[in-house]
Design a protein around this ligand. Structure first.
Ligand code: ZN
Length: 328
């Protein structure tokens, strides 16, 4: 995997940051009516429309956790299906549970090491995946509709434990076809780690409330930028795409053009993988990720790599052996 890009990748997961960055330029597009909100209202931001177009505009936003949580959960369910957690349980005597203080994070699996965790007793690992709030390309006024969505519970009723759902109420929804350009950054990736994150991004569809079928996003990877530092923010990318498409034009090509243009201003060394080279790379990944045996082998290989890292930093042993050991 990524044979042509070995110089841009770490050969093993480092203990300290080494200025290897893989930035995925991802164009997300709503595929259904969606609700990205906190406290009952869609999240919005009042910002400048473009870099050239200095008018103000209210945009819809998707906070970073709303982007990365569904993606890490996609990875976790694959790890479970293909036996990685069974193996950890068998060999280390522990399970890994997401946001469940009782069971806790295992600290050694691809999910814990890649996306990070914090536990009161077992310490913490910083996420190696960085994202930022994503902004809609089009304005709030052009991107939402208000209507009542009948959203029953799993058993088909609108009541749960005697309480009737309030989801009958009038609500703002993001319309289908709204674009959210953005960058997802992986720090110090190995080839396996990068492939793991890309697979999660490409497989994830459901980003809204977990109880409904709304909130579907289609994720298109427009470019992969290997760099030795941070690059432009999501808002800047969206604003530049706004300038490029205000007279009409293809959004995915505008995102690519904007990304290539902006990264030149970031003062980093970089290698942009796009077009045919990107297609070839994603095609190669597809060959692994659409074959159950190859996918299982891939996940086990990456799990061996994350476990080796966890052991190196002192999180890898059995739970008892780890007790009392101070984390540096
Ligand atoms: Zn884990």
């Amino acid at each position: 995997m990524f044979e042509a890009y070995v110089d841009s990748l770490q050969t093993r997961i480092p203990e300290r940051p080494g200025a290897y960055y893989a930035h995925l330029v991802v164009l997300r597009r709503t595929d259904s009516y969606a609700v990205f909100r906190t406290d009952g209202e869609l999240n919005t931001a009042h910002v400048q429309a473009g870099l050239d177009d200095t008018q103000k505009m209210t945009r819809l936003t998707i906070f970073k956790r709303k982007q990365t949580t569904p993606e890490r959960l996609t990875g976790r369910e694959l790890l479970r299906r293909y036996g990685v957690y069974d193996q950890i349980k068998e060999e280390l005597g522990r399970d890994c549970a997401y946001n469940d203080q009782e069971t806790g994070f295992c600290g050694v699996c691809p999910d814990c090491v890649t996306y990070g965790y914090a536990m009161s007793d077992t310490g913490a690992e910083k996420s190696k995946v960085y994202s930022d709030t994503a902004y809609s390309l089009t304005s709030y006024d052009d991107s939402h509709e208000s209507f009542t969505l009948n959203a029953p519970y799993e058993d088909g009723t609108m009541t749960k434990k005697g309480v009737t759902s309030n989801r009958f109420s009038q609500q703002d929804h993001v319309k289908p076809g709204v674009y959210f350009p953005g960058v997802l950054t992986l720090r110090d990736p190995t080839a396996l780690g990068l492939a793991y994150v890309i697979n999660n991004v490409r497989r994830s569809r459901l980003y809204g409330a977990q109880t409904t079928r709304t909130g579907r996003l289609d994720n298109q990877i427009v470019a992969l930028i290997f760099a030795d530092g941070e690059i432009f923010a999501n808002l800047k990318l969206t604003q530049r795409v706004h300038d490029l498409t205000s007279g009409g034009g293809d959004v995915p090509s505008a995102v690519l053009r904007a990304a290539k243009e902006l990264v030149q201003q970031d003062g980093v060394t970089c290698k942009v993988v796009e077009g045919a080279a990107l297609d070839a790379l994603l095609g190669e990944l597809d060959a692994t990720f659409t074959d159950a045996d190859k996918l299982r082998t891939f996940l086990q290989d990456y799990a061996a790599q994350t476990r080796e890292y966890a052991e190196r930093i002192g999180v890898g042993g059995a739970r008892k052996a780890r007790a009392g050991r101070a984390r540096k």
